[in-house]
Design a binder for this molecule. Sequence first.
Ligand SMILES: [Zn+2]
Length: 345
Amino acid sequence: MKTINIIFIFSLLMLTSCAQEKNKEIKNINKEISTQNSSDTEWKTKLSEEQYYVLREKGTEAPFSGKLLLNKEKGVYKCAGCGNELFTDDMKFDSHCGWPSFDKEIAGGKIIKSVDNSHGMTRTEITCAKCGGHLGHLFDDGPTQTGQRYCVNSLSLEFVPTAKKEETTNKIDTITLGGGCFWCVEAIYENLKGVKEVVSGYSGGKTVNPSYSDVCTGNTGHAEVTQIVFDKTQTSLLEILEVFFTSHDPTTPNQQGADHGTQYRSVIFYRNDEQKKIAESTIKKLNTHVYEGKIVTQAIPFKAFYKAEDYHQDYYKNNKEKAYCQMVIQPKIEKFEKIFKNKLK
Ligand SMILES: [Zn+2]
């Protein structure tokens, strides 16, 4: 039996935490843009009839029909005509317009913009710089910081998921935690040394691919969660759980501060026996030494994770001026930074 770290207990009594910026790496490819000329016949052989209609005849697929519309997997979106890498998953957002939408493109002049006066409108057409394939249109009404909305046909794109090879090595691990509002939890872990990726989303419910408003009803069964990918050579699940229990209140059922509802429950979704053991023993130790059996945190098997809408990602970083960030998140971050000051990035 190991005894619990004194600093840990101390920090629990003081409650809470902190964070700062983290730049997500957007993987770019080579900047070489070449021209690929295929004859019409070649395109007809290479592309499906529908793809040909969109890419070569500037057609538009029916709204809400594309297979990539709701795709939230990590990976790269390539031109379906020539494989030119155009967008990455973190550029995609839910626009509800019926077509996959992105707020920026991979740098390097991969997309050409031109004026399109067809159908009695003036729009900006976007085409693949490599093969000339029609992608869709670019609008300046995007809801994110770029203000841009690349409205792209699914048929013009080929999606290549990120290989999860790092997961197979023993170095990298993933844990999913619900500790109330995910804006807070995410902001704190962004700044913990050894954390490679933090994504806000939903877990533990029945609804497939729920929206934020679905989850807010409390009827989907999902909790607001933060999925943390970490390097075990730099941090550990135990340390991540120390931060977790320090930065939220694990004794209030379905509630964190002013936030009420099952979506705010305190929960650890473990992925294997090792994680289960660490989660359960941490809860047991805290119940014995600190909370006198009052911890309501659940430790349950992980089933699925659905990434939340783009505007929830890096919420604190992008909305520091908002009252909730200043009053609720900022104090947690400051405490976290104080308690874990040697563990910051
Ligand atoms: Zn292309």
